[in-house]
Ligand binder design. Structure first.
Ligand code: SAM
Length: 237
């Protein structure tokens, strides 16, 4: 936690902050080893970042005096990530990584090679997804939560969502074996599609290309989803 992410409800009207939830309290005590007098980096969800002086840390609460709150969060990446739903543990890690890297729009998509049982996973509960997003923001020092959408049918996604998503974005389909290499340092609005652990099937690739996506590869090494996403985002932006 490189940033103490504050809910607007943690703030008092007179410029103090009170945290009572066990997760942040434990982290302050056991990882930061904070003591009263420490000046810590804070940020308000959806708002600015700054510094707060720790006045009191007990088992029940952490109490801070807000010193500054003027620094805006870092700029987001201009990308909407469409990720074929990976296995639950990989989903958790991938959500944290991509949030830390600055992705603000994520669609989790069903494809032929996504295990249907993954959609029943507790990791997809809104509170669980929220936790992973918070960890990513705290890691990277950001305050803007990504929006995560579930798209449980490939064909409805293709027919109803994809045209709108591609209307003002460059569509890039990451698929091993495509003729073109992944572009570098593009700074244009992008829709990035990443397949499941077993990859996209040929029919899905054909449909996505026909819809206007550009296929591209990352070289001959087949990367795990979480590695591929990180490598793709670093190279693209
Ligand atoms: N056997 C699968 C295949 O050949 O498509 C491997 C899938 S890979 C584990 C999961 C996803 O990561 C792929 O669908 C693709 O989106 C992305 N990926 C991994 N390595 C890649 C590479 N070298 N080039 C492009 N995309 C890659």
């Amino acid at each position: 936690m490189n940033l103490i992410l504050l809910d607007p409800n943690d703030l008092t009207d007179d410029g103090y902050v009170c945290i009572t939830d066990p997760r942040r309290l434990t982290h302050l005590r056991d990882v930061h080893r904070s003591t009263p007098g420490d000046l810590l980096t804070v940020g308000v969800q959806g708002g600015n970042m700054g510094k707060a002086l720790l006045k009191e840390l007990t088992a029940e609460r952490a109490y801070f005096k807000l010193e500054t709150l003027e620094e805006p969060p870092p700029p987001p990446l201009p990308v909407h990530l469409v990720l074929a739903l990976p296995r639950p543990r990989m989903l958790a890690r991938t959500l944290e990584h991509v949030t830390a890297l600055g992705v603000k729009e994520i669609t989790l998509l069903h494809t032929k090679r996504v295990e249907k049982s993954y959609w029943q996973s507790p990791e997809l509960r809104p509170d669980k997804i929220h936790q992973h997003l918070l960890l990513g923001l705290e890691q990277a020092r950001d305050t803007q939560l990504p929006i995560v959408t579930l798209s449980k049918g490939f064909r409805p996604f293709l027919e109803q969502q994809l045209p709108g998503l591609l209307s003002q974005r460059r569509g890039l389909l990451a698929h091993p074996g495509m003729p073109n290499a992944c572009p570098r340092n593009i700074n244009e609005p992008t829709l990035l599609l990443v397949g499941p652990e077993g990859g996209f099937i040929n029919w899905e690739v054909e449909q996505l290309l026909a819809a206007g996506c550009e296929g591209m590869h990352l070289g001959p090494r087949i990367l795990r989803v979480e590695t591929a996403v990180t490598a793709l985002l670093s190279r693209l932006f």
